[in-house]
Design a binder for this molecule. Sequence first.
Ligand code: ADP
Ligand code: MG
Length: 631
Amino acid sequence: MSDAPTDAGPAESQPFTAEVSRLLHLMVHSVYSNRDIFLRELISNAADACERLRLLALQQPDLLGGEPEFRIVISADADRRLLTIEDNGVGMDRAALVENLGTIARSGTRAFLDAAGDKAGGTALIGQFGVGFYSAFMVADEVEVFSRPAGKDEAWRWASDGRGAFTVEAIDPAKAPARGTRVVLHLSEEGATYTDPDTIERIVAEHSAHVPVPIVLRVDETTTRPLADGSALWRKPKASIDKKAYTEFYNHVSGQYDEPALTMHFRAEGRHEYAALLFVPSSKPFDLFDPERKSRIKLYVRRVYITDEARILPAWLRFVRGVIDSEDLPLNLSREMLQSNPVLAQIGKGVTTRLLADLDRLSKDDPDTFLKVWEAFGPVLKEGLYEEPERRDALFAIARFRTSTSGDAWRSLADYVAAMKPGQKAIYYAVGESRETIAASPHLEGFRRRGVEVLLLADAVDAFWVRTALGFEGKGFQSITQGDADLSAIPVEGEEAAKEDAAASKAAVAILAARIKQALGDRVAAVRGSDRLTDSPVCLVASESGPDRQFERILSAHQTGGRRQAPVLELNPGHRLIKALIDRATAGEGEIVDDAAFVLLGQARIMEGEQPDDAPDFARRLTRLLEARLG
Ligand code: ADP
Ligand code: MG
């Protein structure tokens, strides 16, 4: 399939991949109202093709064949219902046509399909994604692509009616552009309006005015209308650019069609000179949690597009989109040079610093928009807390949390520290699967009773950063499920205080604790009384030295055979059941205390979403206790 035959053989028909067929079906059967976007997609591809050739021609100037100016020409023929988009970019040979137009090239498009699921939800999604070349079939019954690869004397015709198959054949090069690709749309009846020059002009102005290649509309044999000048938006002075232009450029550069939440446009001078035009999206792209953690910043060198694969920004900023255009880098950057380039690294540092500062400013100037960013990308930004400790302070400044007292509102660490209770020494947190499960955990009871706020950390990354973070404004982080929660220094609030004196004495609790520990043996590391609880009789916590229990749970889910540490069983001295057990223990009724010990341990595990160690034993003992009460 890779070797292109030079003789013009008969057209060969090939099926689309299954994914393409699904996408085409979605497109063609969608009642999506904004069909206009097909033009934006075709122009975007044409511009990419020009930029790719511009780069190749740096090494091989003869590829340009005496035609150094890049341009995109749109022409329409109302009588024959044709719309043509032609570029003088790299072009495609046979293999490229089959590969690029027969399969889904971009992972985003595939993600789109997965998200779309079935037709119903899909149509609404189309406008939010770069759906690519195939969107042409929203308006065309047939699409022909004539292409001549730059520097080659061969030409190809690809054609399809968008119904499952396409054909490719070699053609007389005279029938193709001198260089590049001509896409000819045979418009459907409803698509006929797209031959109207004013319509074309409007769509280009709306969606493609700032692609970095000039666009002209051929009105007739002799007249053309310029539609876009192809100048690099990022090079223009900020004051001359309006919000709409930024948004449109963001759409082009990212293939995402939401509004940017934050636009950052600046020129850096000094050690390294570069221009940056970067955007923070307002909604999540689908590959945000892809293991590759790819960033898609487009790197330019003196206006020549180089690559979108260079890692300029750290992985925890992979959602940032846009362009960085360097003055200092050589144009002939090799792959290796891109991997470890000190100039790029410096630029990355500078941009990161500015971005964090801008996000901080946004959080103050426009909290609602900032919270949208945090809701979408907070879990990614938090990766920076452990991957780049030197950025921790800046990240803590913008980090927002749900807490045990905040409801649906977001709190900053500064808010938290300002609301700390007299006598409170640490920033308390609880890690768990979701806000709801954490909020239901018995460990929170004592904190609630004292009005002590607890950070509810429900993102997967939380268990990681919080263990390495040293603290904030001199206050350490302390898990409520680990170690001895010394809450005795913080007074209990309001009417709850009255219940306090009913608690069993320390000495009495110690007697019961010793008996329970004896019964449970190595299943627990220790048994002790606790300030942590009010309504529940017991809970499990991790010992001071080991890892937090939730963290352990995450680790053992990822690696098999990891041995977990025995937890500490804490008793609530104020609970009726514990007091009753103290009475039994002091009366020497060991058997019932032992049964209760096992049942309480099993119950604490169940509360954490786990199983009792030995379910039959648990059931037997529970039955015995119920019999004693009911039998
Ligand atoms: P994407 O642009 O996201 O890769 P598309 O469906 O828009 O997805 O295009 C698929 C591929 O087809 C492109 O990546 C490119 O390789 C190729 N292609 C499309 N249009 C052109 C063109 N005008 N010139 C050269 N290659 C093109
Ligand atoms: Mg495209």
